[in-house]
Design a binder for this molecule. Sequence first.
Ligand SMILES: Nc1nc2c(ncn2[C@@H]2O[C@H](COP(=O)(O)OP(=O)(O)O)[C@@H](O)[C@H]2O)c(=O)[nH]1
Ligand SMILES: [Mg+2]
Length: 671
Amino acid sequence: MEEVEARIRVIERRAELAEIELRKEKFAKQGAEKQLANLMRYVEKAERERKRMEDQREEQKKVNIEKQRVMEENERKQAEEQARTDSPKHAASAEGQNVEGQVHAKPSKKNRKRINKAKKAHEVRLKKVEQELAKATEDLKLAKLEIEEGARAREQAERKAAQARVELQQAEKALNKVYTPIVVPSRDIFIATKKRLEYHEGMFHFAIAGTSGSGKSSLINAVRGLKNSSKSLEKAPVGVIETTKEIRRYVDPDSTYPFAWYDIPGAGTLDVPDWTYFNDHGLYVFDCIIVLFDNRFLATDVAILRNCARFQIPTYIVRTKSKQHITNLTRDLVREDGEDEARLRARARTEYINKTKENVAENLESVNLPQQRVYMIDKDNIVETVCGKEPDDYIDELRGVFALILSTASDLWALLDNKDNGIPRPTVALWSVMIRGLVRSLSREIYVLANEPFIVPRTVDGERSKLIDGTATLLFSYVLTAADTSQSSSSKSEMEVDPDDERESIHLPFDAHLLPGHGRRFSAVIPAFVVADSENIVPLMCSMLYQQHVLGIREPAVGVVLENSGVIGQVVLGWLDHNVCLPNQLPTPHLAFAVGSRSPDSSLGIFDLTDSISAFAFAHFILGLHEHFRDIGKALSMDLDIAHPPISWRSDLIDCIAESGEHAWKRTRLE
Ligand SMILES: Nc1nc2c(ncn2[C@@H]2O[C@H](COP(=O)(O)OP(=O)(O)O)[C@@H](O)[C@H]2O)c(=O)[nH]1
Ligand SMILES: [Mg+2]
């Protein structure tokens, strides 16, 4: 968690830096744009100035030409006038004409001088304007360059901004993954939702969620003993395309089962965050949610499971239409040589079961949800079971599990209600049937041993007088046999020892014997889950831990305290300090359980088995041991790492002491 938080902090910091960078770039972009606008204004002004100058020059030119023309016209007129007045003296000397010509030429020269001067001044001005224009053009060029530069900078800034946005989104996503907001409904909303969904205390409320067509309505009919073809008005309509997201409620017609079934449509089309969907539909009020799928286990199914985990609602993963899927698979498989129809179907069935389990396991693992069992069912089989018939081919019978839990709860309730003169009545027969049934539904490789005496290991100097330390009410164990040190299908009777048996003893140090008994050993018992009363639970769990330790198994020990006439079950977890293993010293065991509270609270691992909801939560806890059983089984099927140095204790020490006195255990050690 710390590591994840550190990662989040780094991502958040990066997002912050990216934001700052983005702001800087925006600022730079604004600056460049401002500068650009200024330059444009300047260029426009220069252009205007140039035009004005040119116009002025043009105007001046016109004025000068006109002036010149007027002047020449006047001169011409004067000359003509002169000529007219001088006509009597027409024969004037050539010299005289010449002088006259010089007199006429004088003003014209003056004018030209003036014109030339004006021209020069004009040229100077023009040059200046041209220079200014050239400068303006140069500035324009520079401005254009700057504009281009600005555009590039802007592009880069925008790219960086986009990247920063992506990073920010990623950071937010990562943050949401870890800290998905959980909006816990207030007490008032909770009560209002219960009212809206017609939740009645004392009844058990199952929600069935799944995509349209996965078979929700059919399952609801099946568990109530109704076929899809039934004419009953109570039937849920099937095969209809779900057009609303409205939740429908159906009550079990069999009043001995206080079940209400709810059809939760639309879960496969999440267009809002999954927890919003979960909260909006009030799914948090249900006692149990069944996630149903037909072909593939989808992300939306996982989303529902994730939300159920938040609200600690028991869930069941169920695959429907199993018969149909197996039939299809039978048709798809290539028949092996000499394989008849029955064998082919059996192969298809195995493949179907394995593939389904794998698919669900992978999906759960990918989102870090604990593994849980997937039930494979078919509506027709359920109808048959509900109607009291034994279906010919079924994989899992979910309703059987529910019925077992609820009937146990109601039987225990009835038993407590009928107390004989206040004397507590034994309840062990009732609850042990339920616990056995539940564990049995988890694995067929587990052996149940009831009322078994056990011993606790002790060191050389420890007390050795009382060698049976207690009695376990229920031991759910794997069994190792002498033949091969893997799990075997030997029955309990094979574990009893016949002294004349010629079989070889089990290849395990004597330390590995948990259970008492004497003589040679052909099998060893490795408990994975135990039930005992409060007097026995601590030594039993220590013994169980040492047993696992000797075999190199590092799983925690799981047990439940339940008195023989009690109805409250409390979970105990145990582990060993594996590092401490000095000669003649046992590793320290640790046990954890809720103290100070005896009132049922499933989040503390305390359950009241007379209360159907609490009993259901208890059952769910046991069904959740699926992975725990599997891990111990897996460890046992591998090469066992027998502890070295071995712990100095053995179960049949009692005989040795009886026969040979105090230190006999040394002689009888077989190593
Ligand atoms: N073969 C078989 N068909 C099923 C099973 N469950 C449902 N169906 C069929 O699947 C179709 C859709 O079922 P329906 O219950 O309406 O699904 P919903 O949309 O989830 O309520 C119907 O044609 C059902 O007959 C089953 O277990 N086996
Ligand atoms: Mg339906």
